[in-house]
Design a protein around this ligand. Sequence first.
Ligand SMILES: NC(=O)c1ccc[n+]([C@@H]2O[C@H](COP(=O)([O-])OP(=O)(O)OC[C@H]3O[C@@H](n4cnc5c(N)ncnc54)[C@H](OP(=O)(O)O)[C@@H]3O)[C@@H](O)[C@H]2O)c1
Length: 227
Amino acid sequence: MNAFVLGATGYVGRAVVEQLAAAGDGVVAHVRPDSPRLQQWQERFEGFGATTDASPFDRDVLRDRFAALQIDAVFALLGTTRERGGDYMAVDYGLTRVALDAALEQERPPRFIYLSSLGAGSPGRGAYLEARTRFEADLLASGLNGVIARPSFITGPGRDQVRVGERIAGAVTDVGLAPLAWIGLGGRRDRLRSIDNQQLAAGLIAVARQPGDGVSIHYADTLRPKG
Ligand SMILES: NC(=O)c1ccc[n+]([C@@H]2O[C@H](COP(=O)([O-])OP(=O)(O)OC[C@H]3O[C@@H](n4cnc5c(N)ncnc54)[C@H](OP(=O)(O)O)[C@@H]3O)[C@@H](O)[C@H]2O)c1
C-alpha cells in the first residue's frame, strides 16, 4: 500500500502511520501546514519510517501530490472538536471533501478510508453527525472504492490531552453494554463498545487491504482485531 494519511497527528492517525510504516507500506503523514508542531511531527514520523507532507488543503495541490506519490489509499482521519470551537462542516466535511476531490481526479483513483462515527448515516442528529452524514453520502456517490468506519468512543492510553468525559463515557458504555451478552446480544455489544487507537488503526488498515468494489461500512465489531 502507498498511503496518504490526513489527520496523521491525531490519536488515530499517528497509530495508522506507525502501523503502516512498521508493516513496510509506503506512508505519507500529512500535517497541516500551519501546525506549530510541524518539526516535532516530522521527526516523530521519520522515526517510524514515514515521510511527512505539509501541503495546504487545496484540491489541485493534493491532486498533484497523490499523483506524484502514486498514492493508492487515502486515510481521512481528521476532525475538529467542540472544545476547539471548530466548525464541523468546514473542517470535518470541507477538508475531507477537498481530499476526495483530489482523489477523484487520479487516473487510478485510490481507495478512500474515511473515519466517520457511530450515528452517522441518518439525518437530523446535530452538527457533528450532520457533517459526517454528508461526507458519507458524498463518498458513497463518488464511485470510489473505500471504507466508512463508524466506531463509537475512541478512547484509551496515549492521547495528548486526557479527555476525561470521553473516557468516562466510554467506560460507562462498555460496562452498561455487558449484560447484552447475557441475553444473546453479544454482537450488538461488540459493535457499540469503545475501541482504542491501536485497535482501530489495525482494523482500518486490515479493511483497507481487502479488495472490493464500492464502499463497505464497518463498526467496532468488525474493526477490532479478533482474539
Ligand atoms: N473520539 C471519539 O470518541 C470519536 C468517535 C468516533 C469518531 N471520531 C472521529 O474520529 C476522528 C479522529 O479521531 P481522533 O481521536 O484521532 O481525533 P484527534 O486526536 O482530535 O485528531 C484530530 C486530527 O484532525 C486534525 N485537525 C483538527 N482540526 C483541524 C483543522 N482545522 N485543520 C486541519 N486539521 C485539523 C488534527 O490536526 P492537529 O493535530 O494539527 O490539530 C488531528 O490530526 C475525528 O474526526 C473524530 O471526530 C472520534
